[in-house]
Write a protein that binds this ligand. Structure first.
Ligand code: AMP
Length: 195
């Protein structure tokens, strides 16, 4: 199986690259942000609770997103692999993901970290907010809060995968196609050894 963590701050291009990668490698895309927005749209209790935090640019509790990923893994037992987008966002989430994958006799193959500086991220997110309809993309204070959450809680996840020898940084500024090609080059290096 090929299991990729697509990592990076909000606005780094994870969603865009995920769409291209799922077509190329026939993977299932698991974005916790998308899953949470579906819960909000469906008006579930989980969605309502998550919305309060998301509207402040804060992370939702680990057990909520871990539970969602657990059910998606169970729903897709026959999949050839997954792209995890926006998950794991904390070290406890990364530890739980390792356990969940182990229970399915598989593991994370590699982490690709899209690297983009804060000024560029803020610019991109506010631009996306003009068309995405996402309230968390429309307010500069919220955008900066999300980047701050990333810096304090999520950035350490990169070290977690670096310690496992699975971390790969990719410059996330430039042409979408060039970033994609660089990402594919890294993934192709793992394909020969994929379980
Ligand atoms: P995203 O679409 O990945 O930018 O996520 C939007 C918002 O959903 C984030 O700002 C968080 O509030 C929440 N969220 C998404 N994924 C996670 C996660 N793995 N852990 C905690 N909160 C998350």
């Amino acid at each position: 199986m090929l299991n990729i963590v697509l990592f990076g701050p909000p606005g780094a291009g994870k969603g865009t690259q995920s769409q291209k990668l799922i077509d190329t490698y026939n993977l299932i895309h698991l974005s916790t942000g998308d899953l949470l927005r579906s819960e909000i749209a469906a008006g579930t209790e989980l969605g309502l609770r998550a919305k309060t935090l998301m509207d402040q640019g804060l992370l939702v509790p680990d057990e909520v997103v871990i539970g969602m990923i657990d059910s998606k893994l169970k729903e897709n037992k026959q999949a050839g692999g997954f792209i995890f987008d926006g998950f794991p966002r904390t070290v406890p989430q990364a530890i739980s993901l390792d356990t969940l994958l182990q229970e399915n006799n598989t593991a994370i193959s590699c982490m690709i970290a899209l690297e983009v500086n804060e000024e560029e991220l803020t610019k991109r997110l506010l631009l996306r907010g003009q068309t995405s309809g996402r309230p968390d993309d429309q307010d500069e204070v919220l955008v900066r809060k999300r980047v701050q959450e990333y810096n304090t809680k999520t950035a350490p996840v990169a070290d977690f995968y670096a310690q496992q020898g699975k971390f790969h940084g990719v410059n996330g500024i430039g042409e979408i196609e060039d970033i994609f090609n660089e990402t594919c080059r890294i993934i192709d290096g793992y394909l020969g050894q994929a379980k």
